[in-house]
Design a protein around this ligand. Structure first.
Ligand code: PPE
Length: 305
């Protein structure tokens, strides 16, 4: 990864190499931690963080869901992220911000109430999540053999570290099988989400994305829905089964890191013409216009540094 200069830990700036923790930190053993993934883009007016407040609010909400009491307000954490991007003196187009909270050292055993809560904001330069070529040509997606955990046994709407074991296993299986990314179904067999992004398909000019019944409430998905409607597309939220995807005209993934990544193949079925489709291309280029500050209609989503 690309190291940066400073990491914000519990209100103080620490040099990158010194941002360390004890090996007996609670979260390292039992997995209860919460993360965010937020992006700052280099616009013509300097760096701007995309939908900062929504991301920070989601971190607070994830923590509430998993019973972690973050001792900072959303406003304080927003300020910390703005300051962090400034302090690190980045130069590239893409900066990824990873705010997170975890349980530190001092308590063993599952009951975590007395474990200290550590709050951290890190940021580094991170380019195309699924590759530059993936953004241009599209990626190959594999439906994972594991499903997302059912809502009766997990909290998929928390961006909780623990949820990423499932994502990791699915992603590994996809890559090992020669694909780029995994798509997970829910326990009923309907599309839930990709290992680290949400799913859209285009059929007969209509954009279809599953409801967030068993997925993160994705901020990029919400942005794409708003954009697509403004662009005149019909957007439908409904359940999707795997065979429908196989005959879709186009498909793409959305996420802070994945941005708008076209899907050109799913489980050995070529999607559309096997390249980035025309609707996907329009959505993708409009998204980049928004995050890079080229679309005044969405300026309210940008926090300039
Ligand atoms: N689902 C999952 C499971 C997920 O991890 C992400 C983001 C999304 C949907 C899309 O959410 P949003 O970013 O709000 O549109 N995944 C983050 C982590 C990626 C990583 O590998 O780390 C991200 O994109 O930042």
């Amino acid at each position: 990864m690309n190291a940066a200069k400073f990491i914000w830990m519990n209100g103080k700036y620490v040099p990158w190499a010194e941002a360390q923790i004890h090996v007996l930190s609670h979260t390292l053993h039992y997995g209860n931690g919460v993360i965010e993934g937020t992006k700052a883009y280099k616009t013509e007016r300097g760096y701007a963080i995309f939908r900062l407040n929504e991301h920070t609010k989601r971190l607070k909400e994830s923590a509430k869901m998993t019973l972690i009491d973050i001792p900072f307000t959303v406003e304080e954490m927003n300020e910390a992220q703005i300051d962090l991007v400034r302090k690190n003196e980045f130069t590239g187009d893409n900066v990824y911000i990873r705010p997170f909270a975890f349980l530190g050292y001092g308590v063993m055993g599952l009951y975590h109430k007395d474990a200290p809560v550590e709050t951290v904001m890190a940021a580094w330069e991170w380019g195309a999540y699924l590759g530059e070529e993936g953004l241009r040509r599209g990626i190959r997606l594999k439906i994972a053999s594991m499903t997302r955990p059912a809502n009766t046994s997990n909290m998929g709407k928390a961006k909780a570290s623990a949820n990423y074991l499932n994502s990791q296993m699915a992603k590994f299986e996809a890559i090992e099988s020669g694909y780029d990314e995994a798509l997970l179904l829910d326990d009923q067999g309907y599309v839930a989400e990709a290992s680290g992004a949400c799913f859209f398909m285009v059929r007969d000019g209509q954009l279809i994305s599953p409801p967030n019944d068993n997925s993160l409430e994705s901020i990029t998905q919400k942005t794409v829905i708003e954009m697509a409607k403004k662009m005149g597309y019909e957007v439908v939220r409904r359940r999707i089964t795997r065979e429908e995807i196989y005959v879709a005209d186009e498909a793409f993934l959305t996420g802070t890191a994945a941005e708008i990544t076209p899907v050109r193949e799913v489980d050995a079925r070529i999607i559309g013409k096997g390249e980035r489709g025309p609707v996907t291309e329009k959505i993708q280029s409009s998204y980049f216009d928004i995050v890079f500050g080229r679309d005044p209609d969405y300026d309210h989503y940008l926090t300039y540094i």
